[in-house]
Design a protein around this ligand. Structure first.
Ligand SMILES: [Zn+2]
Length: 189
């Protein structure tokens, strides 16, 4: 027996097919050839147990599924593991160039830059000064990518979202507020 279900996972609403099998002895996740998520469970598995199982596998799932990201009411970019592996170095060059541009102008000092295939995170900054960026930035409108990069660079100087932090963002990227509004409206589908 198969049925379509959906579950909310780290801000993504995720569809999956539930397959109850008398032969299944434990729960198992797989990705079908068409790219959809299939969960096979023993016949008597409860909804609570199924939910807990999916949530515990969230990272595994989100790393493998294609994600469509809607920007600017209409424009959309697609992110997938395959696309990530194909474009990672291109994305690294784009992101590193922008980081260098803002760093030279405003004196930001960072350590390592990592390019990741994250699902709901565009960028992050760790306290040791290394930066992580989502490879998908290189497909985004340039102003949004710049805002995300500048946001993380400013965290190198201020590790919070205080008024002083936002003032720093404003000095680095004047008029950032309109861009931030657009960035905040991005939806994962
Ligand atoms: Zn922040």
């Amino acid at each position: 027996m198969k049925s379509e279900r959906s579950i909310k996972l780290k801000k993504n609403s995720l569809k999956y097919r539930l397959r109850k099998s008398p032969e299944a002895r434990e729960m198992k996740l797989s990705i079908s050839r068409r790219g959809s998520l299939v969960l096979t469970v023993p016949k008597k598995a409860s909804y609570g147990a199924i939910r807990r199982f999916i949530v515990s596998k969230a990272d595994w799932i989100l790393e493998r599924l294609d994600v469509i990201i809607r920007i600017d009411q209409g424009k959309a970019v697609r992110s997938s593991r395959k696309d990530y592996l194909k474009n990672k170095e291109k994305a690294r060059k784009f992101i590193t160039d922008r980081v260098k541009y803002f760093s030279e102008l405003h004196g930001f000092k960072h350590k390592r830059i990592r390019i990741k295939n994250q699902r709901t995170v565009w960028g992050s900054c760790s306290e040791d000064g290394s930066l992580n960026f989502n490879y998908i930035l290189f497909k985004m409108p340039k102003d949004i990518a710049d805002y995300i990069i500048v946001h993380e660079l400013c965290h190198l100087k201020r590790f919070d979202h205080s008024e002083r932090f936002w003032n720093l963002v404003d000095r680095t990227l004047p008029g950032y507020k309109n861009i931030k509004r657009k960035a905040d409206e991005i939806v994962f589908v």
